[in-house]
Design a binder for this molecule. Structure first.
Ligand code: TRP
Length: 445
């Protein structure tokens, strides 16, 4: 059977942007920035997106397009007889870890959507938004039912095939989400005490840089937000026709993704300070901040309804790209149908998601890594360790195993003035930075 292909270059762009923009920009960006002191984190994050993220995004997509295979198959094809294909198994492992908590958080968003649909979040519930949210996530099976619902939607899109399912879902709702966020940003800025939030986000407190955790947090956020290092972008790249041009496409994806993160910050942090919420509330941060914004806004209930609808769609266009990674691999090696593969993989992730969800209730005492609950532990291993290692491996493949001319050809940079800069980054700058951040975290530097 011929491999599936994107309908148009725009189809690929939308799907890749859809993959990048999701809960990572709004939910994860806000709480990680909040935990890491705001301004200094934002600067590091932007720096890493620019000097590591975007160049490696180009690298990752080009590996997929050149090899026309899944995460494991691509490395076997391009570097036969080397252990490079192990990168693919790291990617598959991080897909399982990430989607199992991603589906839980997306399930929370669906619960919010439901509460705006039936009007019960138009005004503060008796327990307040924070209390209502706390009750919901600590319930044993309510949030799990929403996780299941989200996972089923993800599976249905993935099993309906590359073109029809994924391209379509992205065309309408990305612009809509951007529009709502811009409106929300203006509103949030008009709140009393907004300037405190802007100061938090845009005035770096440089002493935060003496904590080695901030570097790995910013690196992990850059990878997570750009969908980088897992092989999701590689797999999407493998459905590209050869004639598409990559550098402008990947720069566009990087800019769009960063725009969504920064605008989310401008929405969330003024409100965090205006409503007296602790910026280091962790994963619940946006879920306790946003409803307070909507409550204060004229027609806020309607805005909340549309916002959560768009957020769910943005999450779906991201979750399908994660499920696509193991699906593409297992379809090829087992020869299963797309239907069977995506259903089986999605179901396993759902079962892992049950543990994540219980981690906010009956299993809240389970802290596998340090002080972290189940979600934070899985997120830490996947986003802060596996994804950067995946990116490192891809950079080493293209920077060292390929000849320079081959690398430039694979990325459509052969006759481009930025070709040599890109190659130097991929060969030297990005690997050295990633290794330094790891060594620094372990305490060696
Ligand atoms: N980038 C997405 C977000 O910000 C999440 C995501 C999709 C992802 N595909 C990925 C993260 C691959 C890491 C790897 O919500």
């Amino acid at each position: 059977m011929a491999r599936e292909k994107w309908g148009t270059k725009l189809g690929f762009m939308l799907a890749a942007m859809g993959s990048a923009v999701g809960l990572g920009n709004i939910w994860r960006f806000s709480f990680v920035a909040g935990n890491n002191g705001g301004g200094a984190f934002l600067i590091l994050y932007l720096l890493f997106v620019l000097i590591i993220g975007v160049p490696l995004l180009l690298t990752e997509v080009s590996i997929g397009r050149k090899a026309e295979s899944d995460v494991v198959g691509s490395f076997k094809k391009l570097a036969p007889g080397t252990p490079w294909y192990l990168t693919g198994f790291f990617g598959i492992a991080s897909a399982f870890l990430i989607l199992s908590f991603y589906a839980v958080v997306a399930g929370w968003a669906m619960f919010y959507f439901w509460n705006y649909l039936n009007g019960s979040f138009f005004a503060q519930p008796a327990a307040g938004y924070e209390g209502a949210f706390g009750q919901f996530i600590s319930h044993t099976w309510h949030p799990i039912a929403w996780t299941a619902f989200f996972m089923i939607l993800t599976i249905v899109i993935v099993l309906s095939g590359v073109k029809k399912g994924i391209e379509l879902a992205n065309k309408i709702f990305m612009p809509m989400l951007a529009l709502i966020l811009i409106v929300l940003a203006f509103f949030s800025l008009s709140l009393d005490g907004a300037s405190e939030g802007l100061k938090f986000l845009f005035t770096p407190d440089w002493t935060a840089l003496s904590n080695p955790s901030i570097y790995i947090a910013a690196l992990g956020q850059a990878f997570f937000s750009l969908s980088l290092g897992m092989g999701a972008m590689l797999t999407y790249g493998s459905y590209l026709k050869k004639e598409n041009k990559l550098p402008s496409a990947t720069l566009g994806i990087g800019l769009m993704d960063t725009f969504f993160a920064v605008i989310s910050g401008i929405v969330i942090f003024p409100a965090v300070f205006a409503f007296g919420i602790d910026p280091s509330s962790g994963p619940p941060l946006v879920f306790i901040t946003l409803p307070s914004i909507f409550e204060q806004m004229p027609l806020g209930g309607m805005v909340g309804l549309i916002f959560f609808f768009a957020l769910i769609l943005a999450s779906l266009s991201s979750s399908v790209s994660i499920l696509e990674v193991p699906t593409a691999y297992f379809m090829r090696v087992f020869g299963w149908s797309r239907f069977a593969t995506s259903t089986v993989m999605g179901s396993i992730m759902f079962v892992m998601g049950i543990a994540v969800s219980l981690g906010f209730g009956v299993w809240s005492g389970v802290t596998p890594i340090g002080e972290r609950n189940i979600l934070d532990s899985m997120d830490y291993i996947a986003s802060n360790i596996l994804l950067p290692l995946g990116g490192l491996s891809m950079a080493l493949l293209v920077g060292w195993y390929f000849k320079k001319s081959e690398a430039l050809e694979a990325t459509d940079l052969t006759s481009s003035p930025i070709g040599s800069t890109w190659f130097t980054i991929v060969k030297w700058v990005a690997p050295i930075l990633i290794i330094m951040i790891f060594l620094n975290k372990i305490g060696i530097i």
